[in-house]
Design a protein around this ligand. Structure first.
Ligand code: CDP
Ligand code: CDP
Length: 228
């Protein structure tokens, strides 16, 4: 019996990838893997070690040494670096500001891609990120490219931070920071954020979380039928 499909969900910051990916995984009994959290964890580790953000060699070495693990939990999965919990640390503005630079280091991407392929090897997984459909799992039978306007994405992140009690900048500043990160992610040399040619584009600007989950579930069911 098949253990399930590989489902790749890519897109810019705050398009709704992780929220939806988590719910879809739960619905189908699949594993959920947040690859953004892995790049954020490398960034936290580098900051903790006091490594300069332009010291690409040291950051790459560090990425190879640390072990990033996840533990399912509600409302969000817990993240650990070598057993030390960093669930809250990875969401700090300082980390959001530096993560794109860390994620642009080729050796860091190589290491994370290797680990992500190992996690996804058995199938039955929903993996979200920027390069899952293009680089990490190019043969995934379901690929979604999730988008929403920058204003809507900043609004969502603003509300989320407020709810979580995370100190946040103004909505305008948040939108600027998101646009800057989108630009860095889309223009970097290695595995930039781009839609895979065989991915389905899903604009979530005017969709609720449930509506997006429903649309992706339909795509998975159709693909399962097609492959059966
Ligand atoms: O949740 P949010 O959309 O803010 O970002 P994330 O998914 O946590 O990813 C944080 C950062 O990690 C992104 O801005 C990218 O720079 C990087 N990333 C990446 O390069 N490749 C991935 N597969 C996932 C994330
Ligand atoms: O993972 P990504 O950065 O793409 O986005 P997310 O962290 O899943 O979603 C960002 C915020 O938008 C969360 O607070 C979600 O609850 C919210 N969201 C929404 O309001 N409507 C959607 N259709 C999807 C997400």
């Amino acid at each position: 019996m098949s253990t399930g499909l590989q489902v790749a969900i890519d897109g810019p910051a705050s398009a709704g990838k992780s929220t939806v990916a988590k719910l879809v995984a739960k619905k189908f009994g699949y594993i959920y893997c947040d690859t953004g959290a892995m790049y954020r964890a490398v960034t936290v580790a580098a900051l903790q070690e006091g490594i300069a953000m332009d010291d690409t060699e040291k950051i790459a070495d560090l990425a190879k040494q640390i072990k990033i693990t996840f533990q399912p939990a509600e409302p969000e999965q817990r993240v650990f670096i070598n057993g030390q919990e960093v669930t809250r640390d990875i969401r700090l503005p300082k980390v959001a500001k530096n993560v794109s630079a860390v994620a642009a280091i080729p050796a860091v991407r190589q290491e994370m891609t290797k680990q992500q392929r190992q996690i996804a090897a058995e199938g039955g997984i929903v993996m979200d990120g920027r390069d899952i459909g293009t680089t990490v799992l190019p043969n995934a039978p379901v690929k979604i490219f999730m988008v929403a306007t920058a204003y809507e994405r900043a609004r969502r992140r603003y509300l989320e931070n407020k709810q979580k009690g995370i100190t946040t900048s103004s909505l305008e500043e948040l939108q600027r920071a998101i646009e800057l990160r989108d630009k860095k992610d889309s223009t970097r040399k290695v595995s930039p954020l781009t839609q895979a040619s065989d991915a389905i584009r899903l604009d979530t600007t005017n969709l609720t979380i449930d509506e997006v989950v429903e649309k992706i579930s339909e795509i998975i069911k159709k693909t399962e039928k097609h492959l059966a």
